[in-house]
Design a protein around this ligand. Structure first.
Ligand SMILES: [Zn+2]
Length: 1105
């Protein structure tokens, strides 16, 4: 039946209209605009005036003028949605390389003239014969981009260091591009002919400063060019030579004119090390130049552990050229940390300990500080003064995930019940009792560790102290011995809404939350099969609502609404034989037409709910309605929760831009021409303030909104995501949704989302000890003052990032303390406080801070900072700010912490040696530097996602994992070691998985063995593999099983389902895949890692000069 028909032949919900006479007049009657007599709503099939009015008012049965008619819009706009799904259809819509390539020049990141051809500045190689005496250093401590070794500074200007032998050569690159010429080996030669040189494993034999492993490739075919001046365009390491397959990146890397090297003269240029291994051809490197042997990653740094800041003098990298294997490798760092820190549990008893990396699997033992699963900091050693902090420019921030899920081996926080007296707090600053409070006077008083206030210990809490001044019951009380625990909250912590809570409930405690499912039943939702799929799924999913601890059934009640341009509410009271529908067409003044029977217990009302879910797809099967409303839907859900006096969550399933006449109506304002203009920020701003206002009301009600979007075209994610964002909700987007292609992903996300434990009506406060305070907050929440983070809902995936600033001097002895207190209502309606404490060290030497930083957390903060900044500043300005800040951080280290060395050396602190590569990934991400195929909605979507990501998620999102599948023995059960995200790491004889937490690709090299093809795809040759395939056939052989298991395991590690896309080498879809090879130059103009490092070096030198 078609809902839009005014006289449906068969009433699905046979209730006669008169059943609801009571509602209309008194409370809801007289709605403005409702000229109809009694009720603005009515039983579904009754001739309800309010309902019948709609058609005349602009509703048409014909396929809509307003909405997106079916097939026509379905495909086109959906293109290769990087964040949507890559359906088969995407193949056709794959980005055109031509177009993108054209974007290149204009989008050069650093605005320097670009040399079209000289891309691979493998400059070094070309200069004459290798030096005779090379100094070999361990290179463990530092990295040198340009040679301190070169004898003669070439010309003037900034440079990357002294030229090696042929200074004159530098002059011959007048227009060599991006960073000017790299006359002397500074240049990062991506395409170097490494095949000819030995990558010398720096025999740490000669740990002196200038290192040298780098034998510039002076041999080999390039020899001829070595001495003579180069012609423009005659790059040494041009891609063609070394990277035949590297079509996508012409990566010009020369210095802009005027930036020549001027490094101080140095020792003679390096030479090949004696043991020039003749160059082992990299096993998986059949593409292009072999780099170092992959599996050993970065052979030049065998013991990279001390690279950088560690106490020892930082040691420079070899001069001369930037061998990609010689620059810090994320893979190596991750691997080292796994090996060094993955075996022992991380015990939190010691103040200021830097935890293992997020990529390392480790167990945590809480001995007084919160687990890194709850809190991670940018630095675990804070400068004592704000002057020091300003000098270093290292943001002081904590990424907090208050309800983080723990592995099964770790216990959830204990719940402490202090009875009616409630948790013990400091009288002055209100900090909660914690292990750092100091008991004095025999235990009768305690001194607050946050504000130093002396407080009396209440008699019921009194306990004697032992000879060390510690309470004898310290280890019996979680709040005296653990970093994380919970308190049961008392009445004082319960929210009083509009003054009626105490009156309306026998108990002031909150009633259990409710979930309301609000389903778009407009034409698009029906056509794609979404509504049928969803209704079918809900029938079983409702058995899995979150429940408290060991509770047998969930306390959560559920309700249902469907909508297009009007709303349909359903009475699913258990006593009814059939569900009843009430239609509200007055969307301008939304109200809830029923109270009793709208929110119900699933078990009690199962039969009615099942009947409803069976009928919904049928009822709207023939709908022609394409217009939708959006804000009124949220308003309705929020009003329903308000009427039921509970908190809860709305699950909205929405398909299109809400253009129907109603509050929150939107227009299509997408405009790609704004990209790279000062107005680009408007693309990220909501187009109306109505949603902020609505969100504020939702937060007051504890109404969290999760939004599932199924757009065929622009839906203005920037505006639609405002309410989810401000209420602690989530947004999911399935572009061009088709049941057959996308149901697995959608259902998987839905199941996880519905089942996850949520805290409702939450307020988070971060207290700090004297000297620092929380000044800024990033995440999905609302703030009505400067200290309280309000979250209508908070789940175990969401983080809140907090930035701190000094307001006084810190003390090395006492350190700095953080206490995060989250007040929330559990799924069962219990009001609780979750407390996390963390103690940090303070230092008077910057070196101590640089030794205790965590780059992954720093990147998490910087990305969130930048992604928020794009709302108000031009994107380019935001990128420049990040670059400058990074340069300042590294320059400060160089100036204050590193041993003296040539300015030509780039020296990175050990803990931050990946800062440049990771920051570059942020800079070239779709939000800050979009490719041609990235839509405005994609950017808004990602921007919104990143805001709530934890450190592990940002880590893999910005630097994807690339796993070779056929290198390791087939019987190996561990994950294969990753390789660096660069095309040159791909072997065309292998198969790889790439994942970033949202996307998952299986890349198949063109020369992969036929047996592998057969085992994985059940076809006989590479050419028969279907590009864009999203499911691997289930085949009974070890390789197939191994790969499918690995895919399952990767998916299980991520909070969102990653749809698989099979990409064949040289296929059109490969362009999408290459987008994620983040060490390479990107089509949108993002610099390669090597280029960026050189640029960073230049910036640092400028700051130091
Ligand atoms: Zn205090």
């Amino acid at each position: 039946m078609n809902v839009n028909q005014s006289a449906p032949p068969v009433p699905p919900f046979g209730q006669p209209q008169p059943i609801y006479p009571g509602y209309h007049q008194s409370s809801y009657g007289g709605q403005p605009g409702s000229t109809a007599p009694p009720t603005p709503y009515g039983a579904y099939n009754g001739p309800v005036p309010g309902y019948q009015q709609t058609p005349p008012q602009g509703m048409s049965r014909a396929p809509p003028s307003s909405g997106a008619p079916p097939a026509s819009t379905a495909q086109a706009p959906c293109g290769p949605a990087t964040y949507g799904q890559f359906g088969q259809g995407d193949v056709q819509n794959g980005p055109s390389s031509t177009v993108q390539v054209q974007r290149l020049p204009g989008s050069q990141p650093f605005g320097s003239p670009l040399a079209p051809v000289v891309s691979q500045p493998a400059v070094l190689q070309s200069y004459g014969p290798p030096p005779t005496s090379a100094q070999v250093t361990t290179q463990l401590a530092g990295m040198q981009i340009s040679g301190a070794v070169a004898p003669a500074p070439p010309t003037s200007g900034m440079g990357y260091g002294p030229p090696t032998s042929l200074a004159s050569a530098s002059g011959s690159f007048p227009n060599s591009g991006l960073y000017g010429s790299y006359p002397q080996g500074q240049a990062p030669p991506i395409g170097q002919a490494q095949g000819y040189l030995g990558v010398q494993t720096p025999q740490r034999s000669a740990p002196s400063q200038a290192s040298s492993f780098t034998p510039p490739a002076s041999g080999g075919p390039r020899m001829p060019s070595v001495t003579g001046p180069l012609l423009p365009g005659q790059g040494f390491g041009g891609p063609p030579v070394s990277q035949p397959n590297h079509v996508s990146s012409p990566s010009p890397q020369a210095l802009p004119p005027g930036t020549q090297m001027t490094g101080p003269p140095g020792p003679p240029p390096p030479m090949h090390s004696p043991q020039q291994p003749g160059y082992q051809l990299q096993q998986n490197g059949s593409f292009g130049p072999a780099r170092g042997p992959q599996p050993n990653y970065g052979s030049p740094y065998p013991g990279a552990a001390t690279f950088g800041s560690q106490p020892g003098p930082p040691q420079p990298l070899p001069p001369k050229r930037l061998d990609p294997d010689a620059i810090p490798s994320p893979i190596q760092v991750i691997e080292d940390d796994r090996n060094n820190r993955g075996t022992e549990p991380f015990v939190t008893g010691v103040r200021g300990q830097v935890p293992p990396l997020v990529t390392t699997n480790f167990l945590v033992k809480d001995q007084g500080n919160a687990s890194p699963r709850y809190i991670r900091c940018t630095s675990y050693n804070i400068p004592c003064t704000s002057d020091m902090a300003k000098q270093a420019q290292v943001p002081l921030a904590a990424v907090i995930k208050p309800l983080a899920r723990l592995p099964p081996e770790e216990a959830s926080p204990y719940v402490v019940d202090h009875g009616e007296s409630g948790p013990l707090r400091c009288n002055r600053c209100k900090a909660y009792m914690c292990p750092f409070m100091q008991f004095i006077e025999g235990g009768r008083r305690f001194q607050c560790c946050f504000c130093s206030c002396i407080n009396d210990v209440p008699p019921q809490y009194f306990q004697h102290l032992d000879h060390t001044g510690k309470r004898v019951d310290a280890y019996d009380r979680p709040e005296l011995s653990l970093g994380s625990y919970e308190f049961l909250a008392t009445v004082d912590y319960c929210k009083v809404r509009e003054g009626k809570l105490l009156l309306s409930f026998p108990s002031p405690f909150p009633s259990p939350p409710a979930f309301i499912f609000m389903i778009d039943v407009s034409y698009n939702a029906i056509r794609t099969g979404l509504v049928r799929l969803l209704c079918e799924e809900l029938k079983s999913l409702l058995d899995f609502l979150p429940r408290e601890g060991g509770a047998e059934e969930s306390a959560i009640r559920v309700g249902f609404v469907t909508y297009n341009k009007v709303l349909h509410f359903y009475n699913v009271k258990s006593s009814l034989a059939q569900p009843q529908m009430m239609v509200v067409s007055d969307v301008a003044d939304m109200f809830v037409p029923l109270l009793d029977g709208f929110l119900v217990n699933v078990i009690e009302s199962r039969a009615v709910i099942t009947s409803l879910l069976d009928q919904i797809p049928e009822m709207f099967a023939d709908t022609r309605e394409t217009e939708t409303v959006f804000a009124p839907v949220i308003q309705a859900g929020m009003e329903a929760l308000k009427a039921a006096e509970c908190a809860g969550k709305l699950f909205l399933f929405h398909t299109s831009l809400p253009m129907a006449e109603a509050p929150g109506k939107l227009k299509n304002r997408d405009d790609r021409k704004l990209i790279n203009t000062d107005k680009e920020k408007t693309l990220f701003q909501p187009q109306t303030g109505a949603y902020q206002t609505l969100a504020k009301e939702c937060v007051a009600q504890g109404c969290c909104v999760d939004l599932f979007l199924f757009p065929n075209q622009y839906v203005d994610v920037a505006t639609l995501s405002v309410v989810p964002q401000l209420t602690g909700g989530s947004v999911y987007k399935y572009a061009c949704f088709q049941v057959e292609n996308d149901q697995e992903r959608f259902l998987s996300d839905l199941r996880r989302d519905v089942q996850k434990v949520v805290g409702f009506d939450a307020v988070m406060r971060v207290r700090t000890s004297t000297g620092i305070r929380a000044v800024d907050f990033f995440g999905a929440f609302y703030m009505s003052n400067t200290t309280d983070v309000e979250l209508a809902g908070l789940d175990g995936d969401k983080t809140v990032t907090v930035e701190f600033k000094h307001d006084d001097r810190l003390n090395e002895e006492s350190g700095a303390l953080l206490q995060c207190a989250l007040l929330y209502t559990s799924c069962a309606g219990q009001r609780r406080l979750r407390i996390h404490n963390l103690a940090l060290n303070c230092c008077t030497q910057l070196a101590d801070m640089y030794r205790n930083c965590e780059t992954d957390t720093l990147i998490n903060y910087m990305a969130k900072f930048a992604y928020r900044a794009v709302l108000n500043s031009p994107v380019k300005a935001v990128r420049d700010t990040l670059i400058t800040q990074c340069a300042q951080i590294l320059a400060c280290y160089r100036k204050n912490c590193a041993s003296p060395s040539s300015a030509g050396q780039l020296i990175l602190p050990e803990c931050m040696k990946l800062l440049p590569v990771y920051l570059n990934c942020v800079l070239k991400s779709d939000v800050l530097q979009p490719g041609a195929e990235v839509t405005t909605d994609d950017r808004a979507y990602v921007r919104q996602l990143v805001t709530s990501m934890d450190v592990a998620e940002t880590n893999v999102f910005f630097y994807p994992r690339l796993l070779p599948l056929t290198k390791s023995p087939i019987e190996s059960t561990t994950e294969p070691p990753a390789v660096r995200a660069s095309e040159e790491r791909l072997s065309n004889g292998d198969v790889y998985l790439l994942e970033n937490g949202l996307n998952l690709f299986l890349w198949v090299g063109a020369s992969v063995q036929q047996g592998v093809v057969q085992s994985l795809f059940s076809v006989s040759s590479f050419s028969q593999i279907t590009s864009g395939l999203s499911v691997l056939p289930i085949l009974d052989n070890p390789l197939s099983k191994k790969v499918r298991d690995l895919i399952d395991s990767l998916r299980a590690q991520r909070s969102r389902y990653m749809k698989l896309i099979v990409v064949k080498q040289e296929d059109k879809l490969e362009m999408l895949f290459k987008h994620f090879l983040v060490e390479d130059k990107s089509l949108s103009g993002g610099a390669s890692y090597v280029d960026f490092l050189c640029h960073m070096h230049k910036e640092i030198r400028q700051l130091l000069s």
